[in-house]
Design a protein around this ligand. Structure first.
Ligand code: HBI
Length: 354
């Protein structure tokens, strides 16, 4: 059950799109039958996708913590879950990655177990409450990306830490000798702090190569005029094209204003041998080995970013690729996910109703 904020392949789902893609690939490789349920216009390799019509959800990160739960007219989210209700008997498990109230509220109404993967830290109290109910009433059914993300929820100790995704490392080419540019990967939206990455690039005279979907037009217009000449916008690219550009950069800059749940882009950069310079906030603090595969910088400090850029000569790029191979392979992540799923699937022989 995909994200409700955009069709798969649109880029609006951010890191969730890589998570869904690699999960589908890996579970298929392990012999599981999969049906994807996603907003109309979705595409993902040649997987069967139930294309669901309706209006997209508002992105949770643009809402206030005390906001009421909102659903548009003809909500794609509700239509997705009506579809799930009709087909649930055909499947052993439903995997949900929508960061929305409805899937959690509906959990007790479903006969098929639901594995909820929460893709961001706490954002909206009313949503946290519903997630917390499921965490208690359906033990083990909540998966998250990182410990720091879990810690933003009151039900942290009920979360299973899974990482944000695993990578098909063959898709990422290791590059030893980069050009003199920096990379920024991600949705162009205020919570990603792109202005700080641009300020650091400007201060060091290195071009910032920006890749990702423009999600907040006004924000992007403002940055383009303020930092004209400091960046090259490469658009929202597929993995093969993206890794080609990232691999040629001296470092990936991550400047999250929020508790980044994981940072799929960090492990993608490492897979290309590219060090990660990130604010010490959220998921990247559990990924970057400070001084070895990148640098963790005092949050919101552009000066700290500039200092770290000056130290890139200390990093052995092959150590970055090695970390991706040791910790972020798709098969290792697949083991974690599959054992999580197994723990939730009620198989006949265990619970026979007399
Ligand atoms: N907002 N309401 C809502 N629902 C989602 O599924 C959602 C979101 N905001 C962002 C998002 N998903 C993903 O792009 C990130 O979790 C990566």
């Amino acid at each position: 059950m995909s994200t409700s904020v955009g069709a798969l392949g649109s880029g609006l789902g951010g890191g969730v799109e890589l998570t869904v893609k690699n999960l589908a690939i890996e579970m298929h490789r392990r012999g599981h039958e999969i049906q994807l349920v996603a907003p109309v216009g979705s595409e993902l390799l040649d997987f069967l996708i139930a294309q669901i019509p309706g209006n997209l959800q508002t992105t949770a990160q643009t809402q206030e913590i005390s906001d009421p739960i909102a659903m548009p007219a003809d909500p794609v989210l509700a239509n997705m879950w009506s579809h799930a209700r009709h087909v649930q008997a055909k499947y052993d498990l439903i995997f949900n990655i929508a960061y929305d109230w409805l899937p959690f509220y509906l959990t007790p109404w479903f006969q098929t177990p639901i594995a909820h993967f929460i893709s961001m830290g706490s954002l909206i109290s009313a949503l946290d409450q519903e997630m917390g109910k499921v965490a208690i009433d359906f033990p083990g059914s909540i998966g998250v990306c990182s410990r720091t993300q879990a810690a933003t929820f009151e039900f942290a100790e009920h979360c299973r830490i899974l990482g944000g995704a695993g990578l098909d490392l063959g898709v990422y080419e290791y590059r030893a000798n980069p050009s003199n540019a920096l990379a920024f990967l991600g949705r162009i939206s205020p919570e990603k702090g792109l202005e700080d990455a641009l300020a650091a690039a400007k201060a060091t005279g290195l071009i910032l190569k920006i890749m990702g979907k423009v999600q907040d037009e006004a924000y992007w217009q403002r940055l383009q005029s303020e930092y004209a000449g400091c960046f090259e916008y490469c658009g929202f690219l597929d993995t093969a094209a993206m890794q080609q550009i990232v691999g040629d950069c001296r470092a990936l800059l991550m400047t999250p204003r929020w508790v980044e749940a994981f940072g799929n882009v960090a492990i993608e950069a490492l897979a290309c041998g590219v060090p990660v310079i990130s604010y010490a906030r959220g998921g990247p603090t559990e990924i970057v080995r400070d001084g070895v595969t990148g640098f963790l910088v005092e949050p919101d400090s552009v000066a700290g970013l500039v200092k770290a850029i000056g130290r890139l000569g200390e990093i052995d790029r092959s150590a970055c690729r090695q970390q991706a191979e040791q910790e972020y392979s798709l098969s290792a992540w697949g083991d974690q996910i599959e054992s999580w799923f197994d723990s939730l699937i009620v198989t006949g022989e265990k619970y026979i109703d007399y």
